[in-house]
Every structure is written in C-alpha cells, then in structure tokens.
Design a protein. Sequence first.
Length: 297
Amino acid sequence: MNLTRREFLLAGLSALTFAILGKSLRGLTKERSETELDLIPPSPDTLLLRFVAVADTGAGNEGQYAVGRAIARYHEQNPFDLVLLAGDNIYNHGEIEKIERVFEQPYRSLLDAQVKFYACLGNHDIKTNNGNDQVQYPGFNMQGRYYSLRRDQVEFFVLDTNRNADWPSQLPWLETQLQQSDAPWKIVMGHHPLYTSGLHLGSRFLRRKLMPLFLEYGVSLYINGHNHNYERSQTIGNTTYLTCGAGSKTRRVGRSSWTARSASQLSFAAVEIYSDRLHITGIDQNNRTFDRGAISL
C-alpha cells in the first residue's frame, strides 16, 4: 500500500504518541523538583521576545483581577508588550457589553502601558453572534477568526479551534502559512487542548488535524486554555503543549505520563525566547514561580 507523505507522518506520529503514553517516557517525564527549577541557566544570547499567555479569563471575578495584578507586577520587573489570550475571554456567553468589567478594568495598567493583547475564540465566546463581536473588538487585535503575527524571529499562528470553525479554509491556510514562514520559532495558539490532564479531555479531532503539521513544519509550542489549570507537557514530536487556563478560576488537574508540570492554581505563563532556546515560567497570583521549563530550538 502506498502512503502519501502526510499519511506517513501521521502514522509515524501515532506510533510516537503510543510509545510516549505506553512507556511513560521513563526518564523523560520526571517532574523537576523545586530545587531543580533553578538549574535551567539563563541563555547567554540576547532576549528576542518576552510575552505572557493566559486563558479563561473573562469572569470579571476576584480571581481574574488577582491574576491581572500579578501580570502587571511581572510587567513592572520584566517588561513585555504582548499578551496572548487563549479564549473564553468573556463569560458566560461572549457578551461584548461585559468588555469593560472582564477586560478593560482588570488589565487597565497594562493597556495604559501600550501592551497589546491578541485573542482567540473559546467555546463560551461563540455563544453570542458566533464571536463576531469579539473579532471586531479593537482591544483583542484579531485580524479574523484565525490569523498570524510576526515578532522578530517568532511567528504566531492563532486558530479558531471550535467545532464550528471553518476547517476547510483554516487548515490549508495554516499549512501554507507554516510552509512559507522562515521564522525559527513557530508558536500556535488555540482555545482547546490537544494534550491535557484536566477535566476536558484532549481533542482527538485536533490531534488528527494539527499534529502532522506541527511535526512537518517544526512548531515548537502550542498554547491553549479550556481547562482551568496550568499544565506543561514534555516535548511530543517537535512540540510542547502548554495549558494556561487558570486566568480567573481553577479546577483540579491530574498528571499524565507526558506531563512535565501541572498545577491547580490561579496563574499565567511567561515565555522568554532566545535564539537557541525558549523558557516557560509558571507564575501564580502572588507572583510566585512554581514551574520553569526550557525548549531547545
């Protein structure tokens, strides 16, 4: 039987995933201890980009405001001008009339400092007008339901991962964009997880659609929300999977064979990118660091 290149990659990826889950990655899935967090040395290279990622923020509750204050404090000590919002930006039904309470007020100091937020659509966001009000809202800087943005040597690809997304158009767009990109660092963001130990299971649909592209075109990081917890995976194929959905509330999270770190606490992720490596830091609402990980290019 002759296999196309895509079918060959998908078959190989399925075998790789089975091996990872079946053998528990043995030595590769050891969670770093608190003392080991400090063993990741700073890169001697110049910092290319620093940004923050957070999701499931739009509750307008004290949890969201606490995380907002923590991000602002982090910004004061570690300047950045980019925040990724990985969906569920407005609870419970994506009503744009709530935008002041769930976005403009909790992040006022960041917005005043000219920090730009780039959002994607979560499942709650599409309950009103299919999310079109959010797509058109200037503060979310969405160039459509899916779009890309480039910063230096880093290119971001932002997806609509909802079931009613226009996959017949979005998927070829993503492949073309990845194929044409000369960015050494490629990062994809969508609301729904591919790998997770939280309440909502990882999407087989998304794994089938996206993982062959991630493998073929060297996507280093996938960022999502949906589960109200923090979780960083070991590298699977080329890609690390990062859930940062504890932006306003939390749920319990477990641990899988491929999990590097998981935590059920209000938090956000800070990402620093150098020419040769990417650093991920998990930071809670009290600005305490509870996770550090590194990805080599």
